[in-house]
Each structure stands twice: as C-alpha cells, then as structure tokens.
Design a protein around this ligand. Structure first.
Ligand code: NAD
Length: 271
C-alpha cells in the first residue's frame, strides 16, 4: 500500500505517501531514510536548503533498494533562483545525491521577479530528461495563474502547508480543476494537532494514533503526504494507515477543524 501511487499530469506515477527530512541533520538523515526504505517507504522529500542531500543519497545507496523504485524530490532554494542559477543548483543537488536524475524538482518558494526564470530552467531540465517531473511549492492560486500564463510545461504538483488547521480549500479546488496534485508539508502541524478532541476521539474509535488519523485524512483527500520523523517506531507508525478507512462523517469532522492557521510563513510575505 505504501507504494500506492498518484498519477501526475504528465503520466508519471508518484507514491502518495513518503518521508520528509526537513531539519534532519545529515548523519541522522542517513539512518532515517534507511529505516524508511526498509519499512516500505518509496518516496523521500529533501531540498538543497535542508543540507542533507548527501546523507539522503548515501542512504539510498546503502539501502539496497533499486534506484528506479524510489521517488526522490528535491527543491531549488530562494537564493538559487534565476535561470542559470537554477541549472547550477540542480547540478549541485544531483551531485550531492549522487544520482543520475531526479524524480521531482520543485521551486521551494515563489521568489518575486525570479520564479518565472527559475521555471524556464526547470522546463529545460525536464525536456532534457534530467528530472521526470517539475512542480512548485508554497504557490498560492495567483502564483500558479501567473506561472501558467507564461510557460510551456504545467507544474505537476504544489507542495504547501496543509493539515486540519489549514485545509486550503480554494487552492485545492483550483488544483483539482487544473490537474495539479496537492502535496502536504507539515501534515502533522509539527506535532501541534494531537490535543484536538475530534482527532483523539477518532483515534480511539478506529484504534489508531492521532498521527495516523491525520495522515489517513490526507490519503483519503488525495493529498500526497510526507510526514517527518527520525524515530523508527514513528516512521513505522506513520506508514501504518492502509488497513482502515475514515467514514465520510469522520472526514468532514476533521476538515471542519480548519482555522486557516499556519505554522510556517505565508507565501505572500516570506523573506
Ligand atoms: P510534520 O508535520 O511532518 O511534523 C514532524 C514532527 O511531528 C516530528 O518532528 C515529530 O515531532 C512529530 N511527529 C512525527 N510523527 C509523529 C508521530 N507518529 N507521533 C507523534 N509525533 C510525531 O512537519 P515537517 O517536518 O515540517 O513537514 C514534513 C515534511 O514536509 C518536511 O520534513 C519536509 O520534507 C517538507 N516541508 C516542506 C516545506 C516547504 O516549504 N516546501 C516546508 C516544511 C516542510
């Protein structure tokens, strides 16, 4: 089930569930990624900004899992944006990961005045076959509209902060209409959702943990999810969500927890 995939708008298949490694130091990342791969994970989300691409690459090699079975995402950071800069940043990421190609490359944040040039470089990398799919992160609807009005290749995905306190209804509807997948970062709101009575009640009802309830809600909403953990028992726990289903009413109750509350920056006002 962990290999259950979503089909991106260019036909490429991506696991609907994976491991995030933000704020995971290089040597810890090696262990976490290996544990995840040994427990059936087949998608890893990193970024040049996380400064652990080398560790991720080493873990992939040491895991013994064939490269083509793993879906690897990285991202171009804000100070690497621009056309030439992005081409160079991509090469640096590939080198650190010791890979021949990436599965998905994302614009990390919509840097004003730069993201369109960045995208042109991404299109080149895609057309040259160096990356199987290209997408964006932290784009609002207006950023997507602006980008798509002036590009050849449509983003396959928008990776944004998404959890029961930030359900992104407007963006979700836009992405659905445009065949762009939504991917959740901070799906667990970095551990700040487990006291929600609705979540604890549903955890009890289904005999699951609060984290599992939230991640299952992502899966049933067709939102790609990449929870982070560095602990083996949680890496396993987070993945153990394919043996139960939330009822429609459970789903609605979770969605109603929305309060448009971010833990991270707003894409209209980041530095
Ligand atoms: P998250 O919501 O995945 O929370 C991770 C934290 O939740 C862990 O550090 C741990 O404290 C806790 N946790 C995890 N599993 C748990 C469990 N089973 N029980 C109890 N607590 C648990 O937050 P995140 O790491 O910020 O987001 C996930 C991934 O999304 C990142 O690692 C990264 O890959 C990506 N991300 C992307 C962006 C972006 O701008 N594109 C920003 C932030 C994160």
């Amino acid at each position: 089930h962990l290999q259950d995939t979503v089909t991106l708008n260019n036909g490429v298949k991506m696991p609907g569930f994976g491991l995030g490694v933000y704020k995971v130091e290089e040597d810890v990342a090696i262990d976490s990624v290996k544990v995840a791969l040994n427990n059936g994970y087949r998608s890893i989300d990193t970024a040049s900004f996380y400064e652990n691409e080398k560790g991720v690459g080493q873990a992939i090699k040491e895991s013994g899992v064939p490269r083509e079975e793993i879906f690897i995402t990285s991202k171009v950071w804000n100070d690497e944006q621009g056309y030439e800069e992005t081409l160079e940043a991509f090469d640096r990421s590939l080198k650190k990961l010791e890979l021949e190609y990436l599965d998905l490359y994302l614009i990390h944040w919509p840097v004003k005045g730069k993201y369109k040039d960045t995208w042109k470089a991404m299109e080149k990398l895609y057309n040259e076959g160096k990356v199987r799919a290209i997408g964006v992160s932290n784009f609002h609807v207006h950023h997507l509209e602006d980008l798509m009005s002036d590009s050849q290749v449509k983003p396959v995905i928008d990776q944004v902060e998404y959890h029961p306190h930030l359900t992104q209804e407007k963006l979700r509807a836009f992405c659905e209409d445009n065949d762009i997948k939504l991917e959740a970062w901070a799906p667990l709101k970095r551990g700040r959702l487990f006291d929600e009575p609705v979540i604890s009640e549903l955890a009890e009802k289904h005999g699951k943990t609060p984290a599992q309830i939230i991640l299952r809600w992502d899966v049933q909403n067709h939102v790609v999810t990449i929870p982070k953990s560095t602990h083996e028992h949680r890496i396993k726990e987070n993945a153990d969500i394919f043996d139960f289903a939330l009822a429609d009413d459970d789903m609605r109750r979770i969605s109603r927890l929305n309060k448009d509350e971010r833990t991270g920056m707003n894409p209209d006002s980041f530095d």
